[in-house]
Write a protein that binds this ligand. Structure first.
Ligand code: IMP
Ligand code: MG
Length: 178
């Protein structure tokens, strides 16, 4: 039973998602052949994407999670939105080839914050992977290195992505009806 308040419009089926994940996995395998990689997935939205992607990448790899929380800005106090770390990474990424695994990039604030946090640990390389990219919403200039699909400025749920906590378990991805 769905707890989503609005109706769902199909966007990507689970087969289309798997084809996209497969394509990204092949690109990463080709680019990192012979190397060890570390996948860093921000909780919670990326859980399904990273679990599928990790299984499709045939390279020695570590997987770790980071949990970030964004706090909305407050116009009355002239503050802009900020990001804080709820759970930091637990692996040492110094000198490692690191890939951030995002399910969707919107304004780019979360990702920009995470990128700076990880760069402070001096990885050998750092690249960004996202299943979906919404460039029209970008507030911070940040570009992913691997993109599944570029989407228009619409809110999506399913395959890890939520609407107020619900919908992450849906195997397909949907647009929310306005
Ligand atoms: P931003 O790029 O800092 O704005 O934040 C990106 C995060 O917001 C993503 O990792 C998602 O967790 C969440 N997000 C952005 N757009 C959507 C959407 O359309 N559906 C569900 N979650 C979204
Ligand atoms: Mg996310």
């Amino acid at each position: 039973m769905s707890r989503l308040k609005q109706s769902l419009i199909p966007y990507l089926t689970k087969d289309e998602i798997q084809d996209t994940v497969e394509r990204i996995a092949k690109e990463i395998e080709r680019d990192y052949r012979g190397k060890e990689i570390v996948l860093i997935a921000p909780l919670k939205g990326s859980i399904l994407f990273v679990s599928d992607l990790a299984r499709k990448i045939n390279l020695a790899q570590l997987v770790d999670f980071v949990h970030l929380a964004s706090e909305p800005g407050n116009a009355a106090h002239n503050s802009s939105p900020s990001v804080k770390i709820v759970k930091d990474i637990g692996v040492n990424i110094t000198g490692k080839h690191v890939l951030i695994i995002e399910e969707i990039i919107d304004a780019g604030r979360t990702l920009s914050f995470l990128k700076n946090r990880l760069l402070a640990s001096n990885p050998a390389s750092l690249k960004i992977v996202t299943l979906l990219d919404k460039p029209a919403r970008r507030v911070i200039n940040i570009k992913p290195d691997y993109v599944g699909r570029t989407i228009e400025d619409r809110f999506v749920v399913g395959y890890g992505m939520d609407d107020d906590g619900f919908g992450r378990n849906l195997p397909d991805i949907y647009y929310l009806k306005h």
